[in-house]
Design a protein around this ligand. Structure first.
Ligand code: XLS
Ligand code: NI
Ligand code: NI
Length: 437
C-alpha cells in the first residue's frame, strides 16, 4: 500500500506526562475500565465527509486545505486514492471505525445508474481494504441534501418524483452498508423541513417522512440488514425549521407513527445545543426512551449559532456524556463518531491527527471520570436521597397508581404545608468538579 502520510507513524499511548502532540495521553485502547477495554467503550469512528472531504471552504472563502493525494477531481481514481488515504489515516490513528455518506466515497454520476456504478466500484475496494486492515464501518448514510434536486427536501419534498428518487438512493446506500458489514444505518434529516409555512403542508410532509422511514424499515428486513436504523435530530440548518428537531420531537414522531420499535437515535452534541439543550440532555432523553443508539461526538461554539462541528475538547462535557452512556450499560453497537472538522486555518495533516487525538483523549478522560463517579456511587446516592419521599407512604401510593385526586386532597389537608428541601445544586456541581481530572 503506498504511503499517503509518510511523515507520521502509528500514534502511541505515552501517558499523561507526555508532551508529544502526536501521542495519546489518556486514550489507552486496551486499558480496562469497569471490566471492558477503553476502545470497546468508546468505539471511535472517523467521519469521512469531514476528514477526507473537508476542504476548509466556507461561505466567505474557498478551499484552504490541499491534501497531497487529492487532485480535486471527481474521478474514480481520485476517489480510490482518498479511500486508501482514509484507511492509512485510521490505521495510524488507531481508530477502528469510519462512517460515510454514499456521495463522500464515490462521485455522483449524471444518472442514477451511473452513480450506483461509481459507488459499487469504490465499495468493492473498501471491502478489500476493510478485510486487510480490520477497520469496520460504524454506519453508512445517503447524502440527500447536496444535489439541487433535494433543495426542497427529499422524502418531504412537495414533488413525489423527488421522494421516489430519494428512496432509490437510500435503497442503494442501505445495500452498500450491508455489503460492508455496517453496524448501523443513519438518517439525518438533511433538508427535511421548511423555510416558510406559507408554501408548506407540514402535516402532509411529516406523513411522507413517516412513510419513507417505514419503507426503509421494510427494506432492512427484506435484505437482512441486522444493524440499527438511527435518526439524527437537528433543529435547524440548512432549513429554517427541521422536522427532526431534537430527541424528544423525534421520539414523539416515531411513536405517533408506530415506528419507535424500528428506530433508535444518533445524538450529535452540536445539534443538541442548537436546539437549546445541553448535549447530556438529549443523550438522557434518548437513553430514557431506550433509544440511544449512537453518538456524533463534536461540539459547537458558545459565540456562534450554527453547526460549527468542532472537535470535542471539553472534559466536563465528555464526562457528563459518558455518565449517560455508562448508566445505560454502554453504547452497544453504536459508537462515538467524530462528526467534526478541523478549523479552516488548520491546514496540515498533522492538524487532522492532533484534532482526533485531542478528541479521543478528552473522551478517554470523560470515560475514566464517569467510571470513577459511578463506581464510587455518591452521586447516585445524592440523587436517590432527593427522591426519598417516593419510596414509601403517599409517594409509593402515587407511583403505583393507587392514589386519586380525592385521596390526595384528603392527605394534603391532613399534612399541611410541605417543608422546603434544598436542591443543593452547588453541592452537586462541586462534587462533580472534585471527581473530574
Ligand atoms: C449534519 C449532520 C450530518 C450527519 C450525517 O449536520 O451532522 O453530518 O451526521 O448525515
Ligand atoms: Ni452528524
Ligand atoms: Ni451536524
Amino acid at each position: 500500500m503506498p504511503e499517503f502520510i509518510p511523515g507520521i507513524k502509528k500514534i502511541k499511548y505515552e501517558g499523561p506526562d507526555s508532551r508529544n502532540v502526536l501521542a495519546f495521553r489518556h486514550y489507552n485502547a486496551d486499558e480496562i475500565i469497569m471490566g471492558k477495554k477503553m476502545k470497546d467503550h468508546l468505539r471511535f469512528a472517523v467521519a469521512y465527509w469531514h476528514t477526507l472531504r473537508g476542504s476548509g471552504a466556507d461561505p466567505f472563502g474557498s478551499q484552504t486545505m490541499c491534501r497531497p493525494w487529492d487532485d480535486g477531481s471527481d474521478s474514480i481514481a481520485n476517489a480510490e486514492r482518498r479511500l486508501r488515504a482514509n484507511f492509512e489515516f485510521l490505521q495510524k490513528l488507531g481508530v477502528e471505525y469510519y462512517c460515510f455518506h454514499d456521495r463522500d466515497i464515490a462521485p455522483e454520476g449524471k444518472t442514477l445508474p451511473q452513480s450506483n456504478k461509481n459507488l459499487g466500484a469504490i465499495v468493492k475496494i473498501a471491502r478489500q481494504l476493510q478485510n486487510n486492515t480490520g477497520i469496520k464501518l460504524l454506519w453508512g448514510t445517503a447524502n440527500l441534501f447536496s444535489h439541487p434536486r433535494y433543495m426542497c427536501g427529499a422524502s418531504t419534498n412537495p414533488d413525489a418524483h423527488v421522494f421516489a428518487y430519494a428512496a432509490a438512493q437510500v435503497k442503494k446506500a442501505m445495500e452498500v452498508t450491508l455489503e460492508l458489514g455496517g453496524e448501523n444505518y443513519v438518517f439525518w434529516g438533511g433538508r427535511e423541513g421548511y423555510q416558510t409555512l406559507l408554501n408548506t403542508d407540514m402535516k402532509r410532509e411529516l406523513d411522507h417522512l413517516a412513510r419513507f422511514l417505514s419503507m426503509a424499515h421494510n427494506y432492512k428486513k427484506e435484505i437482512g440488514f441486522k444493524g440499527a436504523l438511527l435518526i439524527e435530530p437537528k433543529p435547524k440548518e440548512p432549513m429554517r425549521h427541521q422536522y427532526d428537531f431534537d430527541a424528544a420531537t423525534v421520539i414523539g414522531f416515531l411513536k405517533g407513527h408506530g415506528l419507535d420499535k424500528g428506530f433508535k437515535l444518533n445524538i450529535e452534541a452540536n445539534h443538541a445545543t442548537l436546539a437549546g439543550h445541553t448535549f447530556e440532555h438529549d443523550l438522557q432523553t434518548a437513553s430514557d426512551a431506550g433509544m440511544l443508539g449512537s453518538i456524533d461526538a463534536n461540539t459547537g461554539d458558545l459565540l456562534l449559532g450554527w453547526d460549527t462541528d468542532q472537535f470535542p475538547m471539553d472534559i466536563k462535557s465528555c464526562t457528563l456524556a459518558m455518565l449517560v452512556v455508562l448508566n445505560q450499560g454502554g453504547i452497544g453497537a453504536g459508537g462515538l463518531n467524530f462528526d467534526a472538522k478541523v478549523r479552516r486555518e488548520s491546514i496540515t495533516i498533522e492538524d487532522l491527527f492532533t484534532a482526533h487525538i485531542g478528541g479521543m483523549d478528552a473522551f478517554a478522560l470523560g470515560l475514566k471520570n464517569a467510571a470513577r463517579i459511578i463506581t464510587e456511587g455518591s452521586l447516585k446516592k445524592m440523587v436517590k436521597d432527593r427522591y426519598q419521599s417516593w419510596e414509601s407512604g403517599i409517594g409509593a401510593a402515587i407511583e403505583s397508581g393507587k392514589a386519586s385526586f380525592v385521596e390526595l386532597e384528603k392527605w394534603a389537608l391532613a399534612h399541611g404545608e410541605p417543608t422546603p428541601r434544598s436542591g443543593n445544586q452547588e453541592k452537586f456541581e462541586s462534587m462533580l468538579n472534585s471527581r473530574i481530572i
